[in-house]
Design a protein around this ligand. Structure first.
Ligand code: SAH
Ligand code: SF4
Ligand code: F3S
Length: 458
């Protein structure tokens, strides 16, 4: 009987995808996926360190695993991802039963590390390998049943935002050769994937290591795969959103009318303290430029409230910016102090209560904005890429518009990966209900000639 693995994942898309890579590696080593955590021979916690709560969750999960480890000492327990990188040896100081601590850029070394583990336990590898972007990409076990595939194009972040742990946990920026990326895209298209999401902590800073071609060129080239319906990329930094990239987005048919563009604050004073490198004016100008080029685009953003020293006035500036720019989605967080970051030494006197109530008010305002945006969209017919049964009502199907908004509708006979034209009939602040107008839509090129559905597990 083969050995079994279990991977628990927290954090962003990069972490989700790293788990897919580690799963691929483990399958290559002869492991199978466990259906229950308690059956696994190796348990990996792929962790996120972005806020204190995310970090705490890791330790509370580890405390629960201690019992399992006592009952079955041969089970390998590993901590990977950003907490592993941030805390290294300290993870084992707090939880001595942990066998492995592996940083995100050392995870391609998993086979060697597991080999060494036979002799001794307690291996910590937090090397920020430069070649992590190249190694370990052939064996990826993508989560089954998805129409979208993640593809890493760059790793790391050279920015120095004062609140952020990511440059510490993911290291300096490294980009993958463009031709390598295209080969992976080609193979994914052949497997039947209709949507690709390019990933990088600072994705629009992508540069081919030799030719220096940027994300714009990659979009044009990936756009040449006729069977690829949709291309997304995340996360973009406003400073790297060049006119060339905007132009490529508007010209490449498969590039979705959607962009996640984190603003973080609407106050110039706070933006300066955050070291974001732009003013609110500059951000507004970028948004104006992209909306001029792509009128249908939906923009989403991230905001941090309660940054050290944030005044009522600063907060109001953020609220004003949200009211004015009207994002289609907002991811908002209360500031969380991260060890070793420069903001960690700033005076932070505001009470948590104030911060939480600011967050609540911000989210309430955003809900109104979204409800409003969605109301104006009713009556339109949109293209939906079916992802699967609707969560609310399994007799219906659910899919996304290019703008990344979910649409639920009765779509008998439609399957994951199908495209449909759907009339938007009802709206909530987070999704739509619709009526099927036409679908599945004919495509010029079938995804692949043989076995076209197996990528979706159907
Ligand atoms: N590379 C992306 C962000 C990655 S982290 C960018 O530059 O925008 C995702 C989001 O988490 C950030 O946009 C920010 O809003 C939030 N975040 C990061 N550090 C945080 C902290 N210390 N406290 C609260 N939120 C934080
Ligand atoms: Fe963090 Fe800033 Fe880099 Fe984004 S750009 S990952 S917020 S340091
Ligand atoms: Fe979290 Fe690391 Fe992603 S800190 S958000 S998992 S890059």
């Amino acid at each position: 009987m083969s050995k079994l693995y279990w991977i628990e994942t927290w954090g962003c898309q990069m972490n989700e995808h790293d788990s897919e890579k580690m799963a691929g590696t483990l399958l290559g080593l002869g492991y199978d996926q466990a259906t229950r955590l308690q059956d696994a021979d190796i348990i990996l916690l792929n962790t996120c360190a972005i806020r204190e709560k995310a970090e705490e969750r890791v330790y509370s999960t580890l405390s629960q695993l201690e019992h399992l480890k006592k009952a079955r000492p041969e089970t390998i327990i590993g901590v990977t991802g950003c907490v592993a990188q941030m805390s290294g040896e300290q993870v084992r100081e707090r939880m001595p039963f942990v066998d492995l601590v592996i940083g995100p850029r050392a995870s391609s070394r998993l086979p060697d590390i597991l080999g060494k583990l036979k002799d001794h336990r307690g291996i910590v590898d937090t090397t920020l390998y430069q070649d992590s972007i190249i190694r370990g990409q052939d064996a990826i076990r993508r989560a089954p049943g998805k129409v979208k595939a993640f593809v890493t194009i760059m790793e790391g972040c050279n920015k120095t935002c004062s609140y952020c742990i990511v440059p510490t946990t993911r290291g300096r920026e490294d980009s993958r050769p463009l031709e390598d990326i295209l080969k992976e895209v080609e193979s994914l298209v052949e497997q039947g994937y209709r949507e690709i999401e390019f990933l990088g902590q600072n994705v629009n800073a992508y540069r081919d290591p030799k030719t220096h071609d940027g994300l714009d060129i990659l979009l044009y080239r990936a756009g040449e795969f006729a069977a690829l319906d949709r291309i997304r990329f995340t996360t973009s930094h406003p400073l790297h959103l060049s006119t060339k990239i905007i132009e490529a987005m508007s010209r490449v048919k498969a590039a979705c009318n959607y962009l996640h563009l984190p603003v973080q604050s609407g106050s110039d004073r706070i933006l300066r303290l955050m070291r974001r490198g732009y003013t609110a004016r500059k951000f507004r100008d970028k948004v104006a430029e992209i909306r001029e080029a792509i009128p249908e685009i939906a923009l989403s953003t991230d905001v941090i409230v309660g940054f050290p020293g944030e005044s009522e006035e600063d907060y109001q500036a953020t609220l004003d910016l949200l009211e004015e720019l009207r994002f289609s989605q907002l991811f908002s967080f209360v500031y969380s102090k991260r060890p070793g970051t420069s903001a960690a030494t700033m005076m932070d006197e505001d009470e948590d209560k104030t911060k939480v109530s600011r967050l609540m008010a911000l989210q309430a305002a955003q809900r109104e904005i979204q409800a409003d945006i969605h109301r104006t969209m009713l009556g339109r017919t949109v293209e939906v890429l079916i992802e699967g049964p609707s969560r609310k009502d399994p007799r219906e199907v659910a899919g996304r518009m290019p703008q990344n908004i979910m649409v639920n509708f009765p779509g008998e006979g439609l399957r994951p990966g199908d495209l449909a034209r759907v009339l938007l009939t009802d709206a909530t602040p987070v999704s739509f209900r619709g009526r099927l107008i036409r679908g599945p839509l004919e495509r010029r090129i079938p995804a692949r000639s043989r076995n076209a559905r197996s990528a979706f597990g159907a």
